[in-house]
Every structure is written in C-alpha cells, then in structure tokens.
Design a protein around this ligand. Structure first.
Ligand SMILES: NC(=O)c1ccc[n+]([C@@H]2O[C@H](COP(=O)([O-])OP(=O)(O)OC[C@H]3O[C@@H](n4cnc5c(N)ncnc54)[C@H](O)[C@@H]3O)[C@@H](O)[C@H]2O)c1
Length: 466
C-alpha cells in the first residue's frame, strides 16, 4: 500500500477553538484519513480561538481534499487556506545567478565591465584556453534536454522539463559546487540539437544531457563527443550505469559471488539498460542476457536497430531466446530498468540461490521489493522509501567535479568505472550488509571520493591538467 511521502505535502491553515484538546483533535482528524502529520504551528492565539498551520504528507489531490474536508467537518473548525508545499518551493524557480565580485562604485564597474573587461576579452581571443582561467567556463555545466523523456512523464516538452533541470542544477551546486544551468531546447530534431549544443558549448566545461529519449540520445551523445573538446555525459545512461555497477559490486560482496561467475539478466535496453550493459561488460561478467518489451535480445531476432544489434553481439553467449521469465531461471542477478510489475516472487524463486534483484523502474519496480525479498538475498530499487536506493545523485555531481578539476576534454569508461569503485568503496566492510550496499546520497564522503577518482583517472588517461 502506498505511503504518503514528502513529494506531495500540504499545509492547511485552520481556525479552531482554543480548547485544551484542540491540537489533539486536529492532528487525530488528519491521521484518521491517512495523512502523515509533519508539523503543527500555532500562527495566531486568542482567548477563545487559535489559528494553526497543519502540515502533512498526502498521496494525491483527492487525499488532500479528504484531509481538508475532515478538518472542516470538525465542530468550530474553519479551514482558511490550503498550500501545496511542493509548489511553494518552486515559486520563481529554484536557482539564481549571483555576482562573485563587488560592484560598489565606478572603479569596480570599470574593472568588472567596460572598459577593463575588454583587455580580458583580448587575452582570451589571443589564447582561447584562458577562457577556463578568466571566465565562468571552468566551473560551468549545461544541463541540456529536449523534454522528450522527462522522469516517468514522457514527452512533456522543454518548458515543462525546466523544474527537473533546475532541480538538477541545484543538486550539482549542493553536492559538488558545480555551477550548472538548464538549457531546455525547443526542438526534438537530432541534427538541430547537435548543432545548438555545439554552438553554445564555448560557455561550458561540460555538457550533461538529460531526459532525452532513446534511441535519439545515443546518436546525440556520440556525435557531440566527436565534435566538442569538453566532456559530454548523458546522466540517464552513465549516471545510472555507474551507480548500478557500484551497487552490484557491493551486493556480490554480500553474497560472496564473483561477477565472472554470474549470469546477469538486464530488463530494458533503453537509455539506462544499454549503458548498464556496456559498463558491466567491462567487468567481464559470466554472461548477460538482455530483454526488452519484445523478449530476450538475441542475434536471430528480427528488427534489431543498431543499439540492439550491438547488444546482441556482445551478450547472450548461449544465444537463448524467449521471455524475461525464461531468462530469469538460473540467473544470479536481475537488473530492471524497464517497466512496472513484470514478475512476482515465483519468478525470483527460479533464480539461483543468493540472488541479487535490482528492480529500478520508477515509481513502480519490475517486481514488488517485498515479494522479491522472499527469495533474493539482496534487493535494491530506485525508490527512497526502501533500503538500497540506486540514485544517480551518488554519481553525477562528483563525476563532473572531477572532470572540471582535471580540465578534462572528454569522458571515457575508465572514468565511469573509477567513479563506480569510489562509490562502492565508501561503504566499508564494517557497514556493508544486504540492506546497505550503497551509501546515502547525503553522505558527505561520496562526491569528493568520486571527484578524486574521476580526476585522477582523467589526468592519467588524457594528460589533462591536474
Ligand atoms: N536510478 C534509477 O533507479 C533509475 C535510473 C534510470 C532509469 N530508471 C528507470 O528505468 C526505467 C527505464 O528508463 P530508461 O530511461 O532506460 O527508459 P527507456 O524508455 O529508454 O527504455 C525503456 C526500456 O524498457 C523496455 N520495456 C518497456 N516495457 C517493457 C516490458 N513490459 N517488458 C520488458 N521491457 C520493457 C523497452 O523496450 C526499453 O528497452 C524507467 O522506469 C526509469 O525510471 C531508474
């Protein structure tokens, strides 16, 4: 049964009699209709009445309505207004630009702007590398989307994608001090996206592609990597792959298996699944069997596009065919980045003993995690209300911090694997168990460890500046 979480949280302002039982009566009324009370603040107090703000987590708009009606129905209680706290924190956006230099007088202006700035422009014109030294470029990343695959919402377009991109930029700053800016493009044409990102690249030291639908995202990333001299990283692909590889390393430590001996089933060959498969192949797994909406991917299957053909060529050693359920039999690991409710406990029971199940479809996983736990030794999801949340926030801030610090001009698999190892290593042997295979996203050790690992690898790989 779903439980109300902070993603949908309301504050109801009510007038109530100032009786000794008023607070208890109000909070009980919220609880009786399933609201999770998070705060109770008295905002006005009179001899015969109080005005209070009651904050609660709810499930939906209908549920919020139930709570309001329950309060309004109480004797002497009047609801004054209801605020949606999620909308409140979005008013006017979540990020801003603020100057780093004082602009107090004419002298300051003359240095920060004209005429002084002209000499800085000339220096960069003479030596373009100076842009990293003398402008925001060194610490700035573009978060680029076309709004075509936003969260689980699908193709909602660039303006509707902006709250997600702002959130991403806020996370970049909070976790790694990176200045990221949303770039929501009003086009879903591959060539136009490539051309536009190339044209705006001079301002940025990295490009984070976000929520661009597969298979278009593969070509856009590959072409931009060829065209640009800054790293291009599609977080839905590689951020996910990094955290999955980190989590799998620790899950296999828990169950005492080696990846070389494991049969891994990956459900979903879109943005996330394809990148997970490619990075896992670098770890030399026993075998990977991929499945998508049309069943197991094998070289004899019709209608394989370039991406699926390349997956078919590099996985499925025994060229098995059939359904996801058939693939699961005898598997050691399941990784799902596909669709909700694809199987139940009975299919998990057909996996090998000490099975590892990562059911990451959001918000509803491929298998109910509680059902999976009946037969699997380690279970992870993409959700924050279960243990072992596979969350890209563990990866992307530190990855870009490392790339920017190394002044890296590209990103490669070695850097992704270094990031994965750094995340896995944050969970030391003393803390590792079946419910703790990845660190908390609020663990302050994660981003610096990832940044250092990526930076060292970038410097080693490319001779980028340390
Ligand atoms: N950190 C995380 O937990 C995390 C990260 C990335 C993606 N995800 C989740 O993974 C899912 C996929 O994301 P994506 O960006 O790769 O999407 P995508 O649209 O690029 O790919 C979806 C894939 O799932 C397959 N699929 C769809 N329905 C299926 C079915 N009924 N049976 C088997 N396969 C099916 C499709 O064929 C496709 O290969 C989403 O639910 C997303 O929220 C979670």
């Amino acid at each position: 049964m779903p439980v109300p979480g902070p993603g949908y949280s309301i504050t109801v302002r009510v007038e109530a009699p100032s009786s000794a039982t008023a607070a208890g009566d109000l909070t009980s009324a919220v609880g009786r209709v399933g609201g999770v009370l998070t705060a109770f603040d008295v905002v006005e107090s009179h001899t015969d009445a109080i005005v209070v703000d009651i904050s609660a987590n709810v499930l939906s708009a209908d549920h919020a309505q139930d709570i309001t009606e329950a309060l309004d129905a109480m004797d002497g209680v009047k609801v004054r207004k209801i605020s949606d706290r999620t909308f409140l924190i979005h008013l006017g956006g979540k990020i801003e630009v603020s100057p780093k230099v004082a602009l107090r007088n004419r002298d300051d202006l003359s240095r920060a702007y004209t005429p002084g700035v002209a000499r800085v422009c000339q220096a960069i014109a003479a030596n373009p590398d100076d842009a990293r030294r003398l402008t925001i470029k060194r610490n700035t990343v573009a978060v680029v989307t076309d709004g075509s695959a936003v969260l689980g919402l699908g193709n909602i377009g660039p303006a509707a994608a902006l709250p997600v991109m702002e959130g991403k930029a806020a996370l970049f700053k909070k976790f790694a001090g990176v200045d990221a800016w949303p770039v929501c493009l009003d086009t879903q044409d591959t060539e136009e996206i490539i051309r536009t990102v190339k044209a705006l690249a001079p301002v940025y030291a990295g490009i984070n592609l976000e929520d661009i639908a597969a298979p278009r995202c593969f070509e856009i990333e590959a072409r931009l990597r060829e065209l640009l001299d800054i790293p291009v990283f599609h977080d839905d692909q590689h951020g996910t792959a990094i955290v999955v590889v980190a989590a799998l390393r620790n899950a296999l430590r828990v169950v005492g298996k080696s990846i070389e001996d494991c049969k891994i089933v990956v459900s979903g060959t879109g943005a996330a699944g394809s990148a997970i498969i490619r990075l896992l192949l670098r770890k030399n797994p026993g075998d990977i069997v991929a499945a998508d909406i049309d069943g197991i991917v094998h070289s004899g299957r019709g209608n394989l596009d370039d991406n699926l053909r390349s997956i078919a060529e590099r996985t499925n050693k025994h060229n098995v065919t059939g359904t996801l359920h058939e693939a699961l039999a005898g598997a050691d690991v399941f990784i799902g980045v596909s669709a909700p409710n694809l199987f139940g406990a009975e299919q998990v029971a057909t996996m090998n003993s000490d099975a590892v199940v990562f059911a990451l479809a959001n918000p509803d996983p491929e298998v109910d995690p509680l059902e999976a736990q009946r037969h699997a030794a380690v279970v992870a999801t993409g959700r924050s209300d279960y243990p072992n949340q596979i969350n890209n926030v563990l990866a992307f801030p530190g990855v870009f911090r490392g790339l920017l610090d190394a002044q890296a001009r590209h990103i490669d698999d070695e850097m992704l694997l270094a990031a994965a190892d750094a995340i896995a290593d944050v969970v030391d042997g003393g803390r590792l168990n079946a419910s703790f295979i990845v660190p908390s996203v609020f663990d302050n050790a994660v981003a610096p460890a990832v940044a250092e690992a990526v930076k060292q690898t970038a410097v080693k790989d490319t001779g980028a500046r340390s």
